[in-house]
Design a protein around this ligand. Structure first.
Ligand code: IMP
Ligand code: MG
Length: 172
């Protein structure tokens, strides 16, 4: 892509992920964790973060869609794929790539709470607080970014660019 610029390089990403991992390890000392990765964007972050946490851990995946294509939000959240296993009584951390309007997470957290976990926390790699429509409480955060549409490291435009090892944006 011609006008692709780097916003957060690979080294900076990985250093931050190590830092978040160590914080989670401390907060959950002696506990088993269930990481819930939101398909598909947060898979890259989930995998790298999980490798920095030594606690006993299980993985669950859930798929929702909010952006119907391109960079425009439809405003609606749809559950495409629910969890495969039970999280009842478990200590759960939801892993997200980016929080934008907050619609996806507020919907998802309510859905997951109804499954009666012992605790539920939210960890996001990126946060765009200036775009928030619905308030969500973020427990672990990588980077606060300005209102730019970003790609790479899991984030897509129409399913492309997820495989970039850094976070980039398109300069207009
Ligand atoms: P929200 O429901 O508006 O908070 O949107 C969250 C979802 O929108 C994320 O899980 C992403 O899939 C997508 N999204 C929001 N901002 C961006 C972006 O800058 N680049 C790529 N995807 C984004
Ligand atoms: Mg997405």
């Amino acid at each position: 892509m011609e006008n692709l610029k780097v916003l957060i390089d690979e080294k900076t990403l990985q250093e931050k992920i190590l830092e978040i991992g160590k914080t989670i390890e401390k907060d959950y000392e002696g506990k088993e964790i269930v990481l819930i990765s939101i398909l598909r964007g947060s898979v890259f972050f989930t995998v790298d973060l999980a490798k920095r946490i030594s606690n006993p851990m299980r993985f669950e995946f859930i798929e929702v869609s909010s952006y119907e294509g391109g960079t425009e939000s439809s405003g609606k959240v749809k559950l495409n794929k629910d969890l495969a296993g039970s999280i009842k009584g478990k200590d759960v951390i939801v892993i997200e790539d980016i929080i934008d309007t907050g619609r996806t997470l507020s919907y998802l957290l309510e859905h997951l709470k109804s499954k009666e976990p012992n605790s539920i926390k939210l960890c996001t790699l990126l946060n765009k607080p200036s775009r928030r429509v619905i308030d969500v409480k973020v427990d672990y955060e990588g980077f606060e970014i300005e209102d730019k549409f970003v790609v790479g490291y899991g984030l897509d435009i129409d399913q492309y660019y997820r495989n970039l090892p850094f976070i980039g944006y398109i300069e207009e």
